[in-house]
Design a protein around this ligand. Structure first.
Ligand SMILES: NC(=O)CC[C@H](N)C(=O)O
Length: 203
């Protein structure tokens, strides 16, 4: 019954809008817990990395000794969904990072921080996501990164009308430039939970 069980998933809770993600995941029937320590990470079958400020999340994850366990978890196939700053954390390559800024990596993409410039710090757009049936996704962007290039291991999931990639997938990893937790459309979270259920039933 892998498809109907309630997966136990975490939200990285060092910084950013982790409470909103905990709320969404709980509303979708998951058991959702904040993750701040390695021992908490070891107990989840999936992890959301929220929006916030990626340079701060990078520093805190290294300071708290979580960066290496997170990298190991990603390498072991743990499903991880990164939104906005979380997408930056998952990217193998970062453009316009702060001096010395590192990422966890995992997604074979290059992302550019704050790619939409100060004129468009936040905006909303309808996004066609061919992997989802039905309505386009109403996407909310806040000082958002863009996926500047997609390597051969990753696939674009969502593209703006001007061709810029803002959602990507690679196996158990999912990343969006925008914030579904701020809307009522939780199809990306549901897709992440499907991956978490698959991971839980395989271990
Ligand atoms: N809403 C967000 O997560 C903003 C991301 C932020 N600009 C960063 O560089 O991490």
């Amino acid at each position: 019954m892998a498809g109907s069980s309630a997966p136990r998933v975490g939200v990285l809770a060092l910084q950013g809008d982790f409470r909103e993600h905990l709320h969404v995941l709980t509303s979708l029937g998951a058991t959702a817990v904040p993750v701040r320590r390695e021992a908490e990470l070891a107990e989840v079958d999936g992890l959301v990395i929220p929006g916030g400020e990626s340079s701060v999340m990078d520093k805190l994850s290294r300071m708290f000794g979580l960066a290496e366990p997170l990298k190991a978890a990603i390498a072991s196939g743990l499903p991880v969904y990164g939104t906005c700053a979380g997408l930056i954390m998952l990217a193998d390559r970062i453009l316009d990072g702060m001096a010395g800024q590192q990422t966890l990596g995992g997604l074979d993409v290059a992302v550019r921080r704050n790619a939409f410039g100060s004129q468009r710090e936040s905006f909303e757009s309808e996004l066609d996501v061919p992997a989802f049936d039905g309505e386009p996704v109403h996407a909310v962007f806040i000082r958002a990164p863009v996926v500047e290039s997609v390597g051969p291991l990753a696939s674009p999931l969502g593209v703006l009308p001007d061709g810029r990639v803002v959602a990507v997938e690679q196996g158990a990893l999912l990343g969006t430039s925008f914030h579904p937790e701020m809307t009522h459309d939780y199809r990306f979270h549901a897709r992440f939970l499907d991956k978490a259920r698959t991971f839980a039933s395989a271990r």
